[in-house]
Design a protein around this ligand. Structure first.
Ligand SMILES: Cc1cc2nc3c(=O)[nH]c(=O)nc-3n(C[C@H](O)[C@H](O)[C@H](O)COP(=O)(O)O)c2cc1C
Length: 238
């Protein structure tokens, strides 16, 4: 069975699509996930932690490797130099990670994995979150201030197990640095003031589009405009 090192960064865009593809590929490939600290948080916010554990149950070649649990110099990234994995996929790749790749910076688990994979000649497939064509993204849990009735005893502040809902200027607000994506607030607000997955229009920054263009010119990377294209591309590079 072919072995894939799958890098996940802190991008909400393409995250659900990435997980759908990853789940399918994990039936025929061994998938290990390398996740940045921001990625770990975003995976939780979008309620994907359980799905991740099913895809990577923990045995060798099917592990979840968290940046937050690694040493700063990321010796584990050396696996990409030693030929442990047959391919490296970065999906979704945040604008931050793309900028670092372009600048040759390796200071996170994922940028180090990429640096080592390049040195080791491992095929690298990248799906940037912020690129031309990206128009709509989904918001995480949000409290709609127009619907919120500012109840004196706010039900969801009391019910949130992670103390992720706090009062700010007299209004409840979700602290995404604490949110675990459990969805209790969505179900329990008596006024339906919490939304999840609301679609909003986004315009990628010029600099991010330029960075993706530069990345496409580098022969070491195969850059895709959707996670759906990963399986076909993978079968070509393996
Ligand atoms: C809920 C949420 C969604 C985000 N979605 C994106 C995104 O789609 N694209 C992006 O470039 N950054 C996004 N970010 C910001 C990144 O997480 C942030 O830039 C982070 O520093 C990226 O770090 P990393 O590249 O090491 O993973 C999001 C942040 C949050 C909290």
């Amino acid at each position: 069975m072919r072995k894939i090192g799958w890098c996940i960064t802190g991008a909400g865009y393409f995250l659900h699509e990435t997980f759908d593809v990853m789940e399918k590929l994990a039936r025929t490939h061994s998938v290990s996930c390398f996740i940045t600290s921001a990625g770990e948080r975003v995976v939780r916010i979008y309620e994907l932690r359980q799905k991740l554990n099913k895809i990577c149950p923990g045995n060798y070649y099917r592990e979840v490797i968290l940046e937050s649990e690694q040493e700063p110099s990321f010796p584990i990234a050396g696996r990409f130099l030693r030929g442990t994995y047959d391919a490296l996929i970065v999906s979704p790749a945040s604008a931050n990670t793309v900028a670092k790749i372009i600048a040759g910076i390796a200071d996170t688990l994922v940028t180090n994995a990429i640096a080592q994979a390049e040195k080791g000649g491992v095929p690298i497939i990248i799906v940037p979150s912020d690129q031309i064509g990206v128009k709509k993204t989904r918001l995480p849990y949000v409290i709609n201030r127009e619907i919120c009735l500012k109840c004196e005893a706010c039900t969801i502040i009391a019910l949130c197990l992670y103390e992720a809902i706090v009062l700010s200027d007299g209004l409840p607000k979700i602290d995404l640095t604490k949110c675990e994506g459990c969805g209790v607030c969505l179900k329990k607000c008596p006024h339906g003031a919490v939304t999840f997955g609301q679609r909003v229009t986004v315009a990628p920054r010029k600099i991010d589009i330029e960075n993706v263009k530069k990345m496409r010119k580098n022969k070491n990377y195969v850059v895709l405009n959707s996670p759906k294209k990963i399986p076909k591309t993978l079968s070509k590079v393996l």
